[in-house]
Every structure is written in structure tokens, then in C-alpha cells.
Design a protein around this ligand. Structure first.
Ligand SMILES: [Cu+2]
Length: 326
């Protein structure tokens, strides 16, 4: 099935993540954050100009000008009343904004994302909070509908951030935080862990793909059907056998097979992900093989061992199997 990102450049843009597109909102929740950012910037500029003017008066102003302004009055207004007013306004505004980003209305799509060193476990939930589909490193959402993401962490503190679609929220072990996202347009949007969580923290990205609602429903339906063995080539079948023999299945789940590991990303549909290694590489046969053979050079100290002893034929077979898991 086709994804809204047919052009490689928009994926590259979504994946590069730098500089974070903080002033380019694509949904109502990111919009409100961006508006507040501009207001902060505007007020900061005014205050900066006022401070420069005060400095100018202090250094170069004539005695008559200073007497006219009155030292005490200047301190009262510019040192107390105006700063207190500005800070109070911004405090109330940002508290109300955060409320808007976190208040649950009940008609949102529910998802749960948990942070892991250095990847994301993703669950699609039904209205009662039960998992209907497990995935990793990619969130697929319908355009125009708010999505509540419940956030947890399985190890250290991470932070979930999709600059174009919403605010930023910490994932704290033992706690569930919530944040709403919404996309106004189909496309792929880059996300990034925004809290230092270890050496390869900068290589902990992800992608949010927004589909038109009907396409999203088709996509969800397609997720519930794992790839059947009958649809695999001979080489991919060999890869499937190796997947169990060399121990991949201990950490990874592929629905419909005996591989049911949960300490690594779910690979049931890894072949259809846009990116690999948690948003850091495009997903191709070559990058799959490169990752399996030596993920430690790509992402130092990630929790997957490097399989440097596998022969080229074995790596090809594993790559072919992974690629077939659409
Ligand atoms: Cu992280």
C-alpha cells in the first residue's frame, strides 16, 4: 500500500530533524505552541529595547531628563509592576496552553508509546485502552483527528517530540504522561527524543505518518495480517529460519511465527517502515543488511549485538526476510 510520502526528499526532510522545525506548525496543538513562542519573542524584544533605552538614559541622559523620569518611579514600574504583569500573563497563558494539549475529550485516537534506550515501542489502543496493534519507531495517524499519546518509559527518562505536530513531553519511568498530537495535512513528520538518555540519544528518532482517514483505516486493517510464509521467496524463508537459529527471535517479535521476543522492536511489518534504527536510516535492503551485520558501528552501545560473524549469504537471507515483512 502506498504511503503519503512518495517523494524521497520529504522523508529525508522528516528524518534529518535538524534544525527542528519549531516554527513550522502543521496542526492545532503545535500551532498554539508556536503562537506562544512568537509572543515570548515579541515581549522579549520589547523588554530588550526598553532595557537598552534605560541604559542609554543612565549613561548619556541629561540630569533634567533623569529628574523628569524620576528614579523611584522608573524602578517601581519597570522593576516591579511591568515584569510581574508580563510574567503573570505568560504563566497563565502557558498553563492554559498545556491544559489544552493534555486534556482528554474522549473522541481521540488512543496510542501508547514507550521510550527504550534507543527506540520506541508503539501500541495502537482501542477505546478501552486495550492494545490492538503493536509496532515500533513509527506512528500512523489519521489527518484531522486528535491523537492522545500515553507515554511511559521502560528504562531512563526520554522525551517525546514531534516539532510540527505538538508540544514536547517527558517519558518518566513509573509514570504515565499524556500529550495530544494532530496533523492537518497528510505527510511524514520527524520526531526526536528530546531528553539526554545515553550516548546514542541523538540517534533516537521516529517518524509520524499522517494519512487521509480512509487510507489510515486501510492501513490499520493491513496491519492485522502478518505476512504468510507462502508469500516468502526461498531466500526469505532461509532468512526466517536463520532468524530463529541465530537468536534474533529472543528479542524480536514477528506475529504469526514462533518469534515472540519483546526486548527489541516488533518486526512484524518492519519491511514497510520508512526508516530503520529508530528514524536514522532510510529502510532499504542495503541498510537492513548493514544494520544486522554491525548496528554497533551505526548506533554505538545500542542494545542489539552486532552480528559480525554472519556470512554474506546469511546476511542477505536475513535482509531479504526483513524486507519481505511488509
Ligand atoms: Cu531517549
Amino acid at each position: 500500500m502506498s504511503l503519503p510520502t512518495s517523494s524521497a526528499s520529504s522523508l529525508a526532510e522528516a528524518l534529518s530533524g535538524w534544525p527542528p522545525p519549531v516554527l513550522d506548525p502543521h496542526g492545532p496543538f503545535s500551532n498554539s505552541v508556536t503562537t506562544l513562542a512568537w509572543v515570548l519573542f515579541g515581549l522579549m524584544t520589547l523588554i530588550f529595547i526598553a532595557v537598552c533605552a534605560a541604559l542609554w538614559v543612565a549613561i548619556y541622559g541629561s540630569d533634567t531628563l533623569r529628574a523628569k523620569l524620576g528614579g523611584e518611579r522608573v524602578v517601581k514600574w519597570f522593576g516591579l509592576i511591568i515584569p510581574a504583569g508580563v510574567l503573570l500573563l505568560l504563566l497563565v497563558w502557558s498553563l492554559m496552553l498545556v491544559r489544552g494539549l493534555t486534556t482528554i475529550q474522549g473522541d481521540e485516537l488512543r496510542m501508547r508509546v514507550s521510550g527504550n534506550v534507543y527506540w520506541w515501542r508503539v501500541s495502537y489502543l482501542d477505546a478501552a485502552g486495550r492494545e490492538v496493534h503493536a509496532d515500533a519507531n513509527e506512528l500512523h495517524i489519521p489527518v484531522g483527528r486528535p491523537v492522545v499519546v500515553e507515554m511511559v518509559s521502560e528504562d531512563v527518562i526520554h522525551s517525546f517530540w514531534v516539532p510540527k505536530l505538538g508540544g514536547k513531553m517527558d517519558m518518566i519511568p513509573g509514570r504515565t504522561n499524556r500529550l495530544k498530537l494532530q496533523a492537518d495535512k497528510a505527510g511524514s513528520y520527524g520526531g526526536q527524543c528530546a531528553e539526554f538518555c545515553g550516548g546514542a540519544h541523538a540517534l533516537m528518532g521516529f517518524v509520524v505518518v499522517a494519512h487521509e482517514p480512509a487510507d489510515w483505516q486501510r492501513w490499520m486493517d493491513s496491519r492485522l495480517k502478518p505476512v504468510a510464509a507462502a508469500d516468502l521467496t526461498v531466500e526469505a524463508l532461509r532468512g526466517r529460519q536463520l532468524f530463529n537459529e541465530v537468536g534474533c527471535a529472543a528479542c524480536h517479535r514477528v506475529a504469526g511465527t514462533e518469534a515472540q521476543g519483546i526486548s527489541g522492536p516488533d518486526l512484524t511489518h518492519v519491511g514497510s517502515r520508512l526508516s530503520l534504527g529508530a528514524g536514522i536510516l532510510p529502510n532499504t535492503r542495503a541498510t537492513l543488511i548493514g544494520w544486522i551485520g554491525d548496528s554497533q558501528s551505526i548506533k554505538p552501545n545500542n542494545r542489539m549485538p552486532a552480528y559480525r560473524s554472519l556470512k554474506a549469504e546469511e546476511l542477505n537471507a536475513l535482509g531479504s526476510y526483513m524486507e519481505a515483512l511488509k
